[in-house]
Design a protein around this ligand. Structure first.
Ligand code: AMP
Ligand code: ZN
Ligand code: FE
Ligand code: FE
Length: 282
C-alpha cells in the first residue's frame, strides 16, 4: 500500500536514526515519497536523497521551525525549500545558536536538582549542531535516571517543570517568511499541540494564512479520527493545502513508526500533486 510521510526527524536533529535508516524504514512501510523535517537544520538531506535513489523513494527537502504565538508554540514545516539558500541557512544557524544558549541553563537546573549530567555528555550523544530537549532526555535515559523520554519531559523538561528554560523563538510570521523567501511551502505542524485558550484555532490559522501559510498537517500520528476530520474541514474551509506526517523520532517516541505512526496512520499519496502544483505557483 503506497503512502506518504512528510514529517520525519533524523540524527541531524533530535531523531535517533540516520537519514539512511529513516529512508530504509520508509521503504519497508510502503512509503513512496517522504520529507526529512529536522529542527532548524537541513544537513540530513543529502544522505536521504542518496538513500531515496536506492529505493526509488522521492525525498522532499524540509525543515521544522518552532515559533511562538502568544502563549503557544507553533511549529512551522517548510517543504520543497531551496536548501542551498544562504539567507535561510543564516536564519537556521541563529535558531541553533539560541539552542546553545538555553541548553546549558537546562543542564544547570538539572544539576541543581542533584542530577549528575553535563552539557558535554549531551553534545557527545547528539553529535549535531541542532540540540534539543530530546537529546537531554536520552542522556537521562542512558543514565537510568528516567525510564523514558516521556518521564524526562513529565518530571523535568516540559513547560512548567523544574528544569524548563524557554528559548527565544521567532514569531510564526517570521518563520513563514523565511520559508517563503527560500521558495518553500509553509505548513502548520500538528495542530493538536496548539494551545487554543487565547484564540480559537480557526482564527489563528486564518491569521497564519494572511502571513503566508500554505497548508495544515491534517494527518498526524496522534490525531484522533475526530481531530483529523476537524482539521481537514478547517483546511478546506480556509483554502489551505492538506499534508501529513508521522513525526518519527525513534527512541524518544518509541510508539511512533515511519509511515504508519501508531499503526493506523495512512497519508494518501494524492496530497503530493496538490503540493507540487502550489510550489509551481510560487
Ligand atoms: P526543543 O526543540 O528542545 O524545544 O524540544 C522540543 C521537542 O521535544 C519537540 O519537537 C518534540 O520532538 C519533543 N518532545 C516534546 N515533548 C515530548 C515528550 N513528552 N516526549 C518525547 N518528546 C517530546
Ligand atoms: Zn523533535
Ligand atoms: Fe513539532
Ligand atoms: Fe517534528
Amino acid at each position: 500500500m503506497s503512502r506518504l510521510d512528510l514529517h520525519l526527524h533524523t540524527t541531524h536533529s533530535d531523531g535517533s536514526c540516520t537519514p539512511t535508516e529513516v529512508v530504509t524504514k520508509a521503504h519497508r512501510a510502503g512509503v513512496t515519497a517522504l520529507a526529512i523535517t529536522d529542527h532548524d537544520i537541513m544537513t540530513g538531506l543529502a544522505e536521504a536523497v542518496t538513500a531515496g535513489q536506492q529505493y526509488e523513494i522521492e525525498v522532499i527537502p524540509g525543515v521544522e521551525i518552532s515559533s511562538l504565538a502568544g502563549n503557544s508554540e507553533l511549529h512551522i514545516l517548510g517543504y520543497f525549500l531551496d536548501w542551498q539558500d544562504s539567507a535561510l541557512e543564516d536564519r537556521l544557524k541563529t535558531l541553533r545558536d539560541s539552542r546553545h544558549l538555553r541548553n546549558p541553563r537546562i543542564i544547570e537546573r538539572l544539576q541543581m536538582l542533584g542530577i549528575d549530567i553535563t552539557y558535554d555528555e549531551v553534545r557527545t550523544l547528539a553529535g549535531t549542531e541542532s540540540i534539543g530537549r530530546p537529546h537531554i532526555a536520552r542522556v537521562l535515559m542512558d543514565k537510568r535516571i528516567v525510564a523514558s523520554a516521556k518521564e524526562a519531559f513529565d518530571r523535568f523538561l516540559a513547560e512548567g517543570k523544574p528544569a524548563y528554560v524557554p528559548r527565544e523563538l521567532p514569531s510564526p510570521a517570521e518563520a513563514i517568511g523565511w520559508i517563503k523567501a527560500a521558495r518553500g511551502l509553509a505548513v502548520l505542524a500538528h495542530p493538536t499541540w496548539v494551545k487554543t485558550e487565547e484564540q480559537p484555532l480557526i482564527d489563528l490559522v486564518r491569521q497564519l494564512k494572511a502571513d503566508g501559510l500554505d497548508g495544515v498537517e491534517v494527518y498526524y500520528s496522534t490525531h484522533a479520527a475526530r481531530q483529523t476530520r476537524e482539521y481537514l474541514s478547517l483546511a478546506q474551509h480556509l483554502g489551505l493545502l492538506v499534508t501529513g506526517g508521522s513525526d518519527f523520532h525513534g527512541l524518544t517516541k518509541p510508539d511512533i513508526e515511519v509511515g504508519i505512526g501508531k499503526g493506523t496512520l495512512h497519508i494518501p499519496t494524492s496530497l503530493l500533486p496538490k503540493m507540487k502544483e502550489a510550489v509551481g505557483r510560487l
